[in-house]
Structure formats: C-alpha cells, structure tokens
Design a protein around this ligand. Structure first.
Ligand SMILES: Nc1ncnc2c1ncn2[C@@H]1O[C@H](COP(=O)(O)OP(=O)(O)O)[C@@H](O)[C@H]1O
Ligand SMILES: O=C(OP(=O)(O)O)[C@H](O)COP(=O)(O)O
Length: 398
C-alpha cells in the first residue's frame, strides 16, 4: 500500500527546508512527558532527514487549546524530543510569521527546529487557505509522519500537502504496513475495546465500527454516556449527556449488525480524582449522585476478560479507566495483562493504539507482548472502519 506514496527515498533533502508533521501529542504530568512512545517512533524520520542534510522543521499540535495557551506549549515536548534523539532541538515561539521565518533562516543543514503548537492558530483546525499558505512558505517540501493525526484534515496534517511536494515519513510507512499485515483480513471473532475521554470526537466512529467487529467493549468515559443513555444515574462522572441519542443509535446498529455491545456492569467510584483516593465498587443501580465513575468495577473486568477469551483478534483504543492514578488503573491493567497473556500463547492477535492507551500498556508492563502497538488511537479506528484518512490520501500522487 505504501508503495503508492512518495517516501523519503524519493526526496532530495540536502539543503532543503523540510516541513515535517509529527504527532507530539504525548501524555504529560506536571510539565514532564510520561510516555515517550510517539517521540521514539518519529526519531528515525527526524534523524534520516537531518543526516541527509535537510533542515528539519517540526510541525505538531499539542492538546486542544482555544487560541494561544502557555499551558499547551510544545516547548517542554521539544526538550523531551531532544533527549530522545540525543541532538539539539531548537524552538520557535510561533509556527508562522516572522518568528518562525527568522528561526528557520538561522538553520544550518542538518539542524532540527520545533515550531510552537499549530493549534494556537484557528486556521489550523479549519484548514484555512491563508494559514496553509503561511505554513507552506516556510518549507520546500512536506513530510507527513503523523499517522496518529491523519484522520484530521487540518492545515498542517493535510492542507500543506496540496501546496508542497508531499512525502510519507518512515513511521507513516511502518504504521500502514503493520496495520495492513495485522488487520487486513482479521481472524474472527474480532473484539474492539473503546474507552478513554474523547467521547464526542470518537463516538461517531463506533457507528461504523459495530459492522466491522463481532463484539464492542465500551469502557472509560465513553461508557458513562452509554449508561446515561440507558437511564442509569452516573453522578458526577465524565459524561456527554447530549450524545445520549447517538449512543442509543449505536446500540441499535450493533444489534442489527450482530455485534455484541459489552458495557460495564459495575463501577469503581470516588469522590475526588486524586492518587489513592478512597474508591468503592458500586452496582449500576446505586452510583452516588456526588460520586465519579473512574474505572470499571471488578465484575466488569471479569466480563471484559471473558470477552477477550472468546476473541481471536483484539483492537483497543482508550483506557477503560482513569489509569494515570492508582487505584483507577486496575481495570485497564487487568484487561491489558489478560490480553497480553493470550497473545503470548498465540490465542490472540492484539493491536492497541492511542497516546494514553500505549502509556497505560507501558504502565502495565505489557506493551511489548501485544502483536502491534500503534501510535494512533482515533486514526487507527477510522482506518479500521475503512475510512480514507485525509493525511494519508494527500500523500497519494494526484
Ligand atoms: N471513567 C473515566 N473518567 C474520566 N476519564 C477517564 C475515564 N476513563 C478513562 N479516562 C481518561 O481517558 C484518557 C484517555 O483518553 P483518549 O485520549 O481517548 O485515549 P488515547 O490517547 O489512548 O486515544 C486518559 O487520560 C484517562 O484518564
Ligand atoms: O492524540 C491523538 O489522538 P488519540 O487520542 O486518538 O490517540 C492525536 O494527536 C489527535 O489528537 P486530536 O484527537 O486532538 O485531534
């Protein structure tokens, strides 16, 4: 599949200003990167361009800021990237305009520069032509190595690819090859686990996913919206109540497609989100009004593990609990360990992806036991649905 793209093998890089789109949307805690998987994965592309004499100009987003927000700066991520690749990484406080142009003008061949969060400009997510032009004039060619952001038709993930010669980076190539290999003709039954907190941006894709998989486990923040839709009181849990009709539609579609929907049957509840906060297992008929569901409960874990036992292939995006803080990691860790053990005994092909999901599997110490770990979460699920990804399509020769 990747043969239909131009890759770094086809690019003349020496002396060129290479706009390199990567995904630096890494998990952070108190200003420190807590999982470097996405940085590790883009390192080969950065080093190859630099070593071939290109000027590496990194474009990336971080979080979902509304305008400029110092809390969502890429500066600490650029510093972490420098540690990973063991090379200096410069930083410019804007991704367009004079600040960016001046920093690029100072670059020598082989230098690496990270530009500030592209999402500080509203033109990024809107893919505005003026913003695309501002980005495009900073480079001679564009390399897309952000498979995990390829489902976004944003200026830096798609727009610039129409303005400059476009190439796939090494991670982009590897991801598509590996996913094709693992999932092109998946062994059935296929089970998907979808959790996490990005409810509104991921719920729609469940609608198509239910026709591709035999069972869908819904956990994490995503599950709360489904529970609420079924009339269950979820207290103060993360829940997007306005999406209840969507959740009910997905349940109906799953029934029509013969896809089993596996929702939590109990919950781990706390009254505040803090390390080692007192936590209690509740049945779904008795979630306290002032409590928050922060993990699936023990009976739900047993159900998830039994569903994994029935499957030949697992795809997973989104932790089933707020795994960053103990004890709310219990459900995710237990399911991850169970899937890893079955993969090791060749009973399961397991593919998991997403910035936080991979961090959770690393935390559980089992990422290496999975068949394949993708950097992508939402993009991987959209790929799974068979949807064209804008950041991939733009790489195909016109
Ligand atoms: N019940 C829950 N309540 C609140 N947050 C949750 C819950 N379950 C999971 N999360 C959060 O979901 C986040 C990950 O979601 P998401 O970004 O969708 O995953 P990924 O980055 O793997 O694609 C984590 O920060 C985790 O704490
Ligand atoms: O972290 C990402 O996706 P993921 O949460 O699906 O793994 C990507 O950087 C995309 O981020 P976005 O969902 O804010 O566009």
């Amino acid at each position: 599949m990747t043969k239909s793209f131009r890759t770094l093998d086809d690019a003349e890089l020496k002396g060129k200003r290479v706009l390199l789109r990567v995904d630096l949307n890494v998990p952070m805690d108190a200003g420190k990167v807590t999982d470097t998987t996405r940085l590790d994965r883009v390192a080969p592309t950065i080093l190859e361009i630099a070593d071939k004499g290109g000027k590496v100009i990194i474009l990336a987003h971080f979080g979902r800021p509304k305008g400029v927000d110092p809390k969502e700066s890429l500066r600490p991520v650029a510093a972490a990237l420098a540690e990973v690749i063991k090379r200096p990484v410069g930083f410019a406080e804007d991704c367009i305009g004079e600040v960016a142009a001046a920093a690029i003008a100072k670059m020598q061949d082989g230098d690496i520069l990270c530009l500030e969060n592209t999402r500080f400009h509203k033109g990024e997510e809107k893919n505005e032509p003026e913003f695309v032009d501002e980005l495009a004039k900073l480079g001679d060619l564009w390399v897309n190595d952000a498979f995990s952001a390829a489902h976004r038709a944003h200026a830096s993930t798609e727009g610039v690819g129409h303005k400059l010669p476009a190439y796939a980076g090494r991670t982009m190539q590897l991801e598509i090859d590996a996913l094709n290999k693992a999932l092109e003709a998946p062994k059935r039954p296929v089970i998907a686990i979808v959790g996490g907190a990005k409810v509104s941006s991921k719920i729609d894709l469940l609608e198509n996913l239910v026709s591709k998989v035999d069972a869908l486990v819904i956990g994490g923040g995503m599950a709360n919206t489904f529970l609420h839709a079924q009339g269950i009181n979820v207290g103060k849990s993360l829940c997007e109540k306005d999406l209840a009709p969507t959740a009910l539609r997905i349940i109906a579609k799953a029934e029509a497609a013969n896809c089993a929907i596996i929702l939590p049957v109990d919950a781990t509840v706390a009254y505040h989100f803090a390390p080692n906060a007192p936590a209690f297992a509740y049945g779904l008929d008795s979630i306290p009004a002032d409590g928050m569901i922060l993990d699936v409960g023990p009976r739900s874990v047993a159900r998830i593990n039994a569903a994994i036992d029935d499957a030949a292939t697992l795809v997973w995006n989104g932790p089933v609990g707020a795994f960053e803080l103990h004890p709310f990691d219990a459900g995710t860790v237990a399911a991850a360990q169970h899937a890893a053990a079955r993969t090791k005994t060749h009973k399961l092909v397991s593919v998991a992806g997403g910035g936080d999901t991979v961090a959770a599997l690393n935390q559980a110490g089992v990422a290496a036991d999975f068949t394949y770990i993708s950097t992508a979460g939402g993009a991987f699920l959209e790929w799974m649905e068979g949807k064209p990804l804008p950041g991939v399509e733009v790489l195909r020769p016109q």
